[in-house]
Design a protein around this ligand. Structure first.
Ligand SMILES: Nc1ncnc2c1ncn2[C@@H]1O[C@H](COP(=O)(O)OP(=O)(O)O)[C@@H](O)[C@H]1O
Ligand SMILES: [Mg+2]
Length: 213
């Protein structure tokens, strides 16, 4: 049986990577095989493209070239890492995926979500998330600044209005696909956030065996 494909989304510093680790532990405690991965990256070739995308000056890429590089990295990541894991029955937890491209390059970057979706679907071979958890936090930028010692990567360093547009785009995507995309309040202790995420996955989890007392 194919595993479930779960993606964690949201802006900078909202807790995606922290929650990817915690959620993997919680799912493993239920006896599931879990593969954690991240974007851009997650396969050998995609990690090379990650360095090209996140390093260097803002003007290194045009908006179109940047969107195509994300899509190219994603095509390799899906083919080499994600689809093989799902096919052997593992759950895949991915820190950022397609919706980040839609929100950043499509929404905030002005390319349009439909055009960015189209260039991505070309490379995905039909592999799409079963559930997408968008973490929503008012002070993610402050957490990201503290974590990065004020040295953000090429995309994190964009102006505040860009990141506000990213957050708005994620909300818009969630409104369009409420069955797949769930917005999760990311305020509070990490353990409380993990519980909210598990609740948003409850319908995908295998039925628990109840041992008669
Ligand atoms: N619930 C939380 N409360 C306080 N700090 C947190 C919480 N979750 C994550 N952090 C911290 O905030 C920073 C950003 O979290 P991170 O998981 O790296 O975010 P993202 O991957 O979304 O950019 C990190 O320094 C992390 O340790
Ligand atoms: Mg992260």
């Amino acid at each position: 049986m194919r595993g479930s494909f779960i993606t964690l989304e949201g802006g900078e510093g909202v807790g995606k990577s922290t929650q990817a680790r915690a959620l993997a532990e919680a799912l493993r405690a239920l006896g599931l095989e879990v593969v954690t991965t991240r974007e851009p990256g997650g396969s050998e070739g995609a990690e090379m493209i990650r360095a090209l995308l996140l390093g260097g000056p803002e003007e290194r890429w045009t908006a179109e070239a940047e969107a195509l590089l994300f899509a190219a990295a994603r095509a390799d990541h899906v083919a080499k890492t994600i689809r093989p894991a799902l096919e052997r029955g593992a759950w895949v937890l991915c820190d950022r995926f397609l919706d980040s491209s839609l929100a950043y390059q499509g929404g905030a970057g002005g390319l349009g979500t439909d055009r960015v979706r189209a260039i991505n679907l070309f490379g995905l071979g039909g592999t799409l998330p079963d559930r997408t958890l968008v973490l929503a936090l008012s002070d993610g930028a402050e957490r990201a600044r503290a974590r990065d010692n004020d040295a953000p990567d090429r995309i994190g360093g964009r102006p505040a209005d860009y990141h506000d547009a990213v957050a708005a785009a994620f909300r818009g995507l969630a409104g369009e696909e409420p069955e797949r995309i769930r917005c999760i309040d990311a305020h509070g202790a990490p353990e409380a956030v993990t519980e909210r995420l598990m609740t948003a996955l409850a319908d995908l989890l295998p039925a628990q065996q109840i041992t008669p007392g």
